[in-house]
Design a protein around this ligand. Structure first.
Ligand code: FCB
Length: 448
């Protein structure tokens, strides 16, 4: 089985990178090994009712001990690049303290990738804030932004230019809005205004860290990874179109707008003054420094309608959905990329840093995982990226989410996103049909 990608598709160009992505807490396990301290996700997992089935960061994929075999798997898949994240709680067990064992683990991992000819693409923060910082206010505390810059300095000083692409944050939207307003992610608050304060401090942390990272790794690319869930109006009524625009302010523009223009979306805090965070003079200039690249994470879209000035989600009951309940709508990826390109003249080169789907996957008697829906999902989204490139968007690569099934946050182990199936009891890995197709595509493009 293989993907159908037109022979002249721009995603077949030699310098378009193909990779897969993971994140530390989702795959590593060994949450108490070698001096790792608790993160806000360890705490969240212990709170009853927060994570499905009471699941937590053990065993995950036991990648902390099986990392070498996982690197071999990456090499076998033939990927050009691997996007991973570093666990802050392994690196800094207390404010100002550095754990050599944590740094050494990631150094072995990065060296192992380089030995196998795979480019390391590293995210510094994929949601696992050390719990000791949460106890001082977490992302509501401006000091956390400075603590992040210190952590970034420790890590980049050690790994430097071995890492080809450094990203400060993964999906600050989720940390801020899911963590502080909706409450479904750690630390689990439901205070709307807090989300805007957290968002500002996350952006500030990015701005504080960026010049340090550039100084320590001038030859690497530096950027940030954002997620986007574009909204479509349920009808062409002007009120529904306005509702979609309102939803996009938060779900598309909230982070990219200040990063590229130095301002939050126009008029927002005039309409909602109670949501405005404390912004110090100079903050916005720090936030709006140049990025060498941006990562785009895309999974689905929303359809919305107006309900007396409120924005209401309209479930697309007859559309295709994935096991986690997200609609499959690849056209939204092309539309999004083209829209970003048209809206932001200084948009840096983009990578798809995450895209994929959860399936109700099973290992069958023939020893295989027949994930046809995922195969089609990848084929259609890869072609959606090609379409955006044909319309002038500067895209440099694509990372599938995820290398392997893993801990899916509030859904625990119930949602499988991998190209590789993981049996959590035996820790055996099996490449799914979609993984084999991804490998075949890369091999074909690379002429192997
Ligand atoms: C993204 C996260 C990633 C993974 C996917 C399914 O929001 O960045 O860790 O959980 O969703």
């Amino acid at each position: 089985m293989s993907f159908k990608i037109p022979a002249n598709s721009p995603i077949r160009t030699a310098d378009f990178l193909y990779g897969v992505a993971t994140a530390a807490f989702q795959i590593e396990g060994d949450i108490h090994t070698d001096g790792r301290v608790d993160s806000i996700w360890d705490t969240f997992c212990r709170e009853p009712g927060r994570v499905l089935n009471g699941d937590n960061g053990e065993p995950a994929c036991q990648h902390y001990r099986l990392w070498e075999q996982d690197l071999d798997l990456l090499q076998d898949l033939g990927v050009d690049a691997y996007r991973l994240s570093i666990a802050w709680p392994r690196i800094m067990p207390a404010s100002g303290e550095v754990n050599e064992l944590g740094l050494a683990f990631y150094e072995r991992l990065i060296d192992g990738l380089i030995d196998r000819g795979i480019k390391p693409v590293v995210t510094l923060y994929h949601w696992d804030l050390p719990q000791y910082l949460e106890e001082k206010g977490g992302w509501l505390n401006r000091e956390t932004a400075y603590a992040f810059a210190q952590y970034a300095e420790v890590v980049v000083a050690r790994l430097g230019e071995k890492v080809t692409h450094w990203a400060t944050f993964n999906e600050p939207f989720c940390s801020a809005f899911l963590g502080y307003h909706i409450g479904v992610h750690a630390p689990g608050y439901q205070e709307e205004a807090w989300a805007y304060t957290a968002a500002h401090h996350l952006l500030l942390a990015h701005g504080l860290a960026l010049p340090i990272m550039r100084r320590l790794a001038p030859g690497s690319q530096h950027g940030i990874v954002l997620n986007f869930t574009p909204a479509y109006p349920a009808t062409d009524r002007p009120a529904d179109i306005a509702a979609a625009d309102r939803a996009d302010i938060i779900d598309v523009h909230w982070f990219i707008c200040p990063l590229l223009t130095g301002e939050y979306p126009a008029g927002y805090f005039t309409r909602y003054p109670a949501l405005k965070p404390v912004i110090f003079p100079g903050d916005m200039a720090l936030i709006a420094q140049k990025n060498d690249f941006m990562g785009v994470n895309f999974y689905t879209r929303h359809v919305v309608k107006d309900n007396n000035g409120d924005t209401e989600f309209v479930p697309q009951t007859s559309a295709e959905h994935t096991h986690i309940g997200w609609e499959v709508y690849p056209q939204a990826l092309t539309d999004l990329l083209v829209k970003l390109h048209q809206t932001y003249p200084n948009l840096p080169p983009l990578y798809i840093t995450e895209n994929g789907m959860a399936g109700d996957d099973h290992l069958t008697a023939d020893g295989q995982v027949h994930d046809e829906q995922r195969l089609r999902y990848y084929e259609r989204h890869l072609n959606a990226v090609g379409d955006a490139m044909s319309q002038g968007v500067d895209m440099r690569g694509y990372f599938a989410w995820s290398l392997m099934d893993n801990f899916e946050w509030a859904f625990g182990y119930s949602q499988r996103f991998g190209l590789v199936y993981v049996d959590y009891e035996t820790q055996e890995r099996t490449v799914k049909q979609s993984g084999l197709a991804y490998k075949a595509l890369i091999n074909e493009i690379r002429g192997r």
